[in-house]
Design a protein around this ligand. Sequence first.
Ligand code: IMP
Ligand code: MG
Length: 179
Amino acid sequence: MDTLQVLDKTFRISIPEATIKREVSRVAKEIANDLNGKEPLFLPVLNGSFVFAADLLREVNIPCEVSFIKLTSYQGTQSTGEIREVIGLAKDITDRHVVIVEDIIDSGLTMAHMIETLKAHNPASIKVCTLLVKPGALKVKIPIDYCCMEIPNEFIVGYGLDYDGFGRNTRDIYTVIES
Ligand code: IMP
Ligand code: MG
């Protein structure tokens, strides 16, 4: 079996690279169709979305801009539910069509806060694009415009996602094996 050890936890492969590629391409085409002519500004959220954003954006074949943002930190395998601050918004997003690019929406609290923060800067529109969503974990309603894949409420790593900072540098996505 394909397993991965990250710190004290063992993971098994759950979404292979080929599946990720296929779904990322599908979403990139949808975005390119919907936002062609609008010169969207993509705002990938560091650190988790760096791999996804790199793959996604190379397939969004329309004129666009990219500017990374960051949130204050998240640790361990449980979402704390604390509201984290958006930092690094370098670009003026006023009257821009912005696309937030996230690795995963879990409780949705982070994304809800991000949307509210960005709204205050008066963009023309805000779209949410996420690699993954855990529908069973959502605590608030989030308008998810683009989603590559839905997953069960289990902790995962790989393809940018981490466990206490480790495990981001894999091509496949892995799910924790509870022992
Ligand atoms: P939320 O506020 O509960 O939606 O948390 C979202 C953030 O928690 C994501 O951007 C991730 O950084 C992190 N996160 C949630 N679930 C996982 C997971 O299964 N693996 C790694 N990080 C996760
Ligand atoms: Mg994240």
